[in-house]
Design a protein around this ligand. Structure first.
Ligand code: 45D
Length: 172
C-alpha cells in the first residue's frame, strides 16, 4: 500500500522534529556520515539549486566563531529571527539542503565546529537513524527536503504575534 510508505516518510519527519534541537543537529550529522560519498552535488543546472547562493551563506557562517556557528545552526532549527536565519529562509529547498551539506563538509575540514569527541546519539535519534538508513534513496531525499524546508526564518511569512491581529468578528 502506497499510503504506508508515505505515512512512514511523514513519521520520520515528525520523529525528527520531535527531537531536542541538539539531537536533531547530531542526528543530521550522523546521517551525513552514513551517506558519505553518495551525496554528489549535481551537475550545474541539473536541478533547482543555486550553488553560489549556498556558498555565499556558508562563507558568512565559516567566518563566525565556533559558538556562533553552533548558535546559528540551533537558530535555524528553532526558526529564530536573525539576519542569517532570514537569508536561509529565502533559499529554495534544494539550496537549503546544499547549504547543510556544505556545513557538514565544513565540520570535516575544521571550518565548522565539530561534534564533541566521543559524542553518542541519544537512543531516540539512533532509532531514527536506523529507519532512515533503511529508507530508499528517493524517500531519503524527500525526508531531507521536508526537514530543511521549514528551518530558518521565512521573512515573507512573518506576521509576528505583536503585529498580527486577531480575526475581527463582523458585527452587524
Ligand atoms: O557541543 O538535487 C551538538 C544536492 C552537541 C544537489 C554539537 C542534493 C553539543 C542537488 C549539538 C551535537 C547536493 C544539494 C555540539 C540534491 C555540542 C540535488 C554540534 C542533495 C558542538 C538532491 C552539532 C543533497 C553540529 C543532500 C555542529 C542529500 C551538527 C544533502 C551539525 C544532505 C550537523 C546533507 C550538520 C546532510 C548536518 C547534511 C551540519 C545530510 C548536515 C547534514
Amino acid at each position: 500500500m502506497t499510503s504506508v510508505t508515505s505515512d512512514n516518510a511523514t513519521d520520520l519527519v515528525k520523529g525528527f522534529q520531535a527531537l531536542a534541537t541538539d539531537h536533531q543537529l547530531a542526528l543530521f550529522y550522523f546521517i551525513y556520515k552514513e551517506m558519505g560519498g553518495s551525496i554528489t552535488p549535481a551537475a550545474p543546472g541539473a536541478s533547482n539549486v543555486s550553488p553560489a547562493i549556498a556558498d555565499g551563506l556558508f562563507n558568512q557562517v565559516k567566518d563566525l566563531s565556533d559558538d556562533e556557528q553552533l548558535q546559528l545552526q540551533r537558530d535555524l532549527i528553532e526558526k529564530k529571527d536573525t539576519e542569517l536565519s532570514r537569508q536561509y529562509g529565502g533559499l529554495g529547498d534544494t539550496t537549503k539542503l546544499l547549504f547543510w551539506y556544505l556545513l557538514a563538509q565544513g565540520m570535516d575540514s575544521s571550518d565548522i565546529i565539530p561534534l564533541p569527541s566521543g559524542y553518542e546519539l541519544p537512543s531516540a535519534a539512533a532509532d531514527l537513524l536506523t529507519q532512515i538508513k533503511t529508507t530508499d534513496f528517493q524517500k531519503q531525499m524527500t525526508f531531507f527536503r521536508d526537514i530543511v524546508a521549514p528551518m530558518g526564518f521565512d521573512a515573507t511569512n512573518s506576521f509576528t504575534p505583536e503585529t498580527s491581529e486577531q480575526p475581527v468578528k463582523s458585527c452587524s
